[in-house]
Design a binder for this molecule. Structure first.
Ligand code: PMP
Length: 338
């Protein structure tokens, strides 16, 4: 029989599909890794599984235990799916800007969801991170996943995403392009590909224009779940230890407008319905590929599906109101009534 014993066997193992590029045959080949085809719908399934199994090996999570994390979406879904399949309880603390669909997904997997106000400063005991830490402290048998500082986050990509790309391209990959949120994806995948290729694979981070990773001023932007925003009261930015800057050769900054128009083009012209950070990554990858010849092979990671964002990126009224379709770029600010 060609069957699987559990949904956990369907985490990762995602395909690469060729994208059409403006330069056509004469330019580098560009392949997209479709993480929305993982069982829980995003690149974060991999870390949900890997972090939980590492915690089991380390004796931090035992039968009957509780998984706790501060998350606004995909990591929560990955953890909640794996917790459900393995019989753990999950408590997820989400900011109040999280879409109703994402909260419903977490609850659908049986997780308990605690909602806290978005954007509270690091020292506020009520922010999502401090709330999650407190719940973990107060709940016997619980384990805080801590994706921003957990080595099993980049470790998941070193163990799976990197080797998959190397095998799928017969070792012909020359460039990797990925978003940088916690940094886990680019750090683990990039480190593996650099090691296995003797340093030949070039790694490019795709970053929202305003994100502090690529030197932006940290003001909010519309593409969700990637980059790094500075809180107005935060003086020093604390960068996650899941982000290994030594792996990243360059960062390409992409505007909200280019990211969201790329999302719509991918759906309408190539049949790929993906999220905002995928549009961001593809826009960056197209720039990387444009400067390369046909001997190069670029792989870009597409983190999740567009179906989580139907009311935004695929809603003409939303895009028009914010000036992304034909108005002033950047005319709207995050937080404006839409
Ligand atoms: N895009 C989406 C949609 C995500 O959920 C994430 C994870 N927060 C990222 C990009 C960034 O991935 P990473 O945290 O591995 O850097």
């Amino acid at each position: 029989m060609d069957v699987h014993e559990s949904v956990l066997e369907l985490v990762g193992g995602t395909p690469l599909v060729r994208l059409r590029t403006p330069g056509g045959e004469g330019s580098a080949a560009l392949y997209a890794k479709l993480e929305y085809l993982s069982a829980g719908g995003s690149v974060k399934d991999r870390i949900g599984l890997h972090m939980i199994e590492q915690a089991e090996r380390d004796g931090l999570l035992r039968p009957g235990g509780t998984v706790v994390e501060a998350t606004s979406g995909n990591t929560g879904a990955g953890l909640a799916m794996v917790a459900a399949a393995k019989g753990y309880r999950a408590v997820l603390v989400v900011p109040d800007k999280t879409s109703a669909e994402k909260v419903a997904t977490l609850r659908g997997f049986g997780a308990e969801v605690v909602v806290r106000r978005s954007g509270l400063p690091a020292e506020d005991p009520e922010n999502v991170f401090n709330t999650a830490a407190r719940i973990a402290e107060e709940t016997p048998g619980s384990w805080l996943a801590g994706q921003y500082d957990n080595p099993a986050n980049p470790g998941a990509h070193y163990a799976t995403t990197g080797p998959e790309i190397w095998r799928q391209t017969d070792g012909r990959v020359t460039h990797l392009v990925a978003c940088v949120g916690t940094g886990g994806t680019i750090s683990g995948t990039g480190r593996y590909l650099k090691e296995v290729s003797g340093g030949a694979v070039q790694v490019t981070g795709a970053d929202p224009v305003a994100s502090v990773y690529s030197g932006g001023d940290g003001r909010p932007y519309f593409v969700e779940a990637t980059g790094h925003v500075r809180h107005p009261e935060t003086v020093d930015d604390v960068w996650p230890t899941s982000y290994h800057q030594d792996v990243v050769d360059e960062l390409v900054a992409v505007s909200d407008r280019d990211s969201l128009l790329t999302v719509r083009q991918l759906a309408r012209e190539q049949g790929l319905m993906v999220g905002g950070s995928s549009g961001l990554a593809v826009a960056a990858a197209q720039r990387v590929a444009a400067g390369l010849g046909p001997e190069s092979l670029v792989v870009v990671i597409l983190p999740d599906s567009g179906r989580q964002y139907l009311s935004k990126y695929f809603n003409d009224a939303w895009l028009l109101r914010l000036g992304f379709l034909d108005g002033e770029p950047g005319a709207a600010r995050v937080g404006d009534a839409v």
